[in-house]
Design a protein around this ligand. Structure first.
Ligand SMILES: Cc1ncc(C[n+]2csc(CCOP(=O)(O)OP(=O)(O)O)c2C)c(N)n1
Ligand SMILES: [Mg+2]
Length: 630
């Protein structure tokens, strides 16, 4: 019997769009399209290829943004809010449009969030080179700016011939839908090839469903881990983003309640438990609560679930000071699972939490530990109330603004943030009531993520109010997607906390003995030649209204609360600008962060800071070579 191979003669770009719109994912029997469309900006490097393909596929929606970096942040935030079960593609022209996406790619990859990047590229045909915006190289015709995506992508390919596409898109989907490998995937699309036609196999355009697996933990390791836990006196759980992405928050809540093991949350893991869960000690690490950090310091066993154990979580490896501390790492990713010489349980967080609970039946931490956990929690609630209750200034304190938003927002609402002093304060203070209520990009802590990210979060679930909390520095870096939110009809609630510069890095500068050098937005003074004049005035209200939002400036706490009420009634993106007192900080609690200080300096404050620093470094531990779990 003869079988006829069915093909469709379409361009490479048309084939790509035709393929992408038919990709679905399924987890636990729930199925959805993987791509919600494409973000981008057209230029000569994609308008005739990708642009034309998108034009003839209106069911694969094209979204026009203001900055390609923002496009990637929108896609990343959307995917993070959807627990990595759907995302966007991002198309750009060649050259600057493409390289604008590199920061976004790094943000996505570091946070382990899937995004598909489709930068235009130089002619594969070569004969007309150098084309506009082409980076020429003397030693190779096969180099373009898109090579710079390689280290920040989990998969990278350049489609130099149309018939390469089928192999490449399948690899791209494999990586994007892999819980352990996911991140930015880059397919560089030479401008000429995008428009070239080929006879693509028709199967390429059929619906395809990618199963997203839940890796079960190995039985022997569960039993070994259970033995370690039963032998432990002071175990502590660290909950990372993996708990939330795997929808394992309920399973973790059971495990913690049944065993009494307290839980500290990382930035990505905040919301793993409701803030008032009896075992939730809140934030852990550099920006942690006293309870979580003391529990970590004394712990003889750390059960890390779905976390990369970054320096903010481990307080630069000073967080765990018990000389006998051992680690159990539950993670889909082998590298993470093997960190700190831990027992590597390579598994989905939800699957593993369930199995751990079963293997630990009858086990509970002792009464003394339980009452300490209760005391820590009570102490922390009081401290939070104190900071929320401050009636400082004006200028008001950042803590009381967080308090006002936290009280005003509903359980379902989402707070979005990324860089500056807000992430630390929010990590400590925000009272998360639902797993997706706290959206912090703190893998890359990328200034400029906030508003773009807020838009991605809103698109992921328009029924939730999104509160974007953003510093003046981040706002000045990238506020342009306010206009995009207006264009698309997605309302954002944006709160700009203006302290005329960098509270975070300014504070750090003081802590390292450098007196805030270069961290304030001030005029340059002729007498000193330095940026130590009066503050440079910026009208954030005018900026916001100029971009199409409603906006108001407030001064007092009461005005701020009233503005929140008014904001709720607005039907489009709305901005409240408030000055905050840079010096009225939320303190740090029982933690440390390694920021190396000049070993030699003429300045006395630096010498002092260095001496203190050397004491701090001495506390750093080398868990990875302790091999205690083996
Ligand atoms: C793109 C980018 N550039 C630089 C930094 C380093 N950085 C971290 S926080 C910060 C200052 C942020 O200022 P602002 O948004 O006003 O927040 P504040 O520190 O005042 O709370 C800087 C420069 C960064 N995280 N991201
Ligand atoms: Mg600031």
């Amino acid at each position: 019997m003869k079988t006829q191979r069915v093909t469709q003669r379409v361009t490479m770009a048309q084939a790509l769009v035709g393929f992408l719109k038919n990709q679905y994912v399924e987890r636990d029997g729930r199925e959805n399209p993987f791509f919600a469309g494409t973000w981008g900006i057209f230029g000569h490097g994609n308008i005739a290829g990708m642009g034309q393909a998108l034009q003839q596929n209106p069911d694969f929606r094209y979204y026009l943004c203001r900055n390609e970096q923002a496009a990637v942040h929108i896609a990343t935030a959307f995917a993070k809010a959807r627990n990595r079960l759907s995302t966007f593609a991002c198309t750009s022209s060649i050259g600057p449009g493409a390289t604008n996406m590199i920061t976004g790619a790094a943000t996505a990859t570091i946070n382990r969030i899937p995004v598909l990047l489709l930068p235009g590229d130089i002619f594969a045909r070569r004969n007309v080179a150098p084309v506009l915006q082409q980076l020429e190289s003397e030693h190779s015709q096969d180099v373009s700016v898109n090579d710079a995506f390689k280290p920040v992508s989990r998969y990278w390919d350049r489609i130099n011939r149309p018939d390469q596409l089928p192999c490449s898109v399948v690899e791209a989907m494999r990586v994007l839908t892999s819980p352990s490998q996911t991140g930015a995937v880059t397919l560089a699309l030479p401008q000429d090839v995008q428009s070239e036609a080929w006879d693509y196999p028709a199967e390429m355009f059929e619906k395809r469903v990618w199963h997203i697996s839940r890796a079960e933990p190995e039985r022997a390791l569960v039993l070994r881990a259970a033995e370690m836990i039963r032998a432990a006196k002071r175990p502590v759980i660290i909950a990372g983003g993996g708990v939330i992405y795997s929808e394992g928050t309920g399973a973790l809540a059971h495990l913690a309640s049944r065993t009494g093991i307290p839980v500290g949350e990382t930035q990505a893991g905040k919301g793993s438990l409701p803030f008032d869960h009896a075992q939730n000690l809140g934030a852990i690490g550099v920006t942690g609560t006293p309870g979580a950090n003391i529990a970590a310091r004394e712990a003889d066993l750390v059960i890390a679930i779905g976390t990369r154990l970054s320096d903010f979580t481990t307080a630069s490896k000073t967080a765990f000071q018990n000389p006998h501390v051992r680690f159990i790492n539950i993670n889909v990713n082998e590298t993470d699972a093997c960190k700190h010489g831990g027992l590597p349980v390579i598994a989905d967080a939800r699957a593993a939490a369930g199995q751990f609970e079963a293997a630990l039946s009858g086990y509970h931490v002792d009464q003394e530990y339980t009452s300490r956990v209760t005391k820590w929690k009570e102490g922390w609630e009081q401290e939070t109330d104190r900071l929320f209750g401050l009636r400082h200034g004006p200028p008001v304190s950042q803590g009381e603004i967080i308090g006002a938003v936290s009280r005003f927002s509903r359980a379902k609402d989402v707070v979005v943030c990324a860089a500056g002093s807000l992430p630390g304060d929010l990590h400590k203070l925000w009272r998360t009531r639902q797993p997706k209520g706290y959206h912090m990009e703190y893998g890359y802590s990328c200034m400029g993520y906030e508003i773009a990210g807020g838009l991605g979060v809103k698109m992921a679930d328009p029924s939730r109010e999104v509160y974007v909390m953003v510093g003046d520095g981040s706002f000045l870096m990238m506020s342009s997607e306010i206009t995009t939110s207006i264009q698309e009809g997605y309302k954002l609630n944006i709160i700009v906390l203006d302290n005329h510069g960098f509270s975070s890095i300014g504070g750090l500068s003081r802590a390292v003995g450098s007196a805030g050098f270069g961290t304030d937005y001030r005029f340059r003074r002729e007498e000193t030649g330095q940026l130590d004049g009066p503050s440079v005035p910026v009208d954030f209200v005018a900026m916001s209204t100029g971009l199409g939002a409603c906006a108001v400036r407030v001064t007092t706490h009461d005005e701020f609360e009233r503005a929140l009420e008014t904001m709720r009634r607005h039907d489009r993106t709305s901005v409240i600008v408030t000055e905050v007192d840079k010096e009225m900080r939320v303190p740090g609690y029982e933690s440390w962060w390694d920021v190396p200080i000049s070993e030699v300096s003429e300045i006395e404050s630096i010498q002092k800071a260095r001496a203190q620093y050397e004491q701090g470094v001495k506390k750093e531990r080398r868990h990875e070579i302790a091999a205690s779990a083996r």
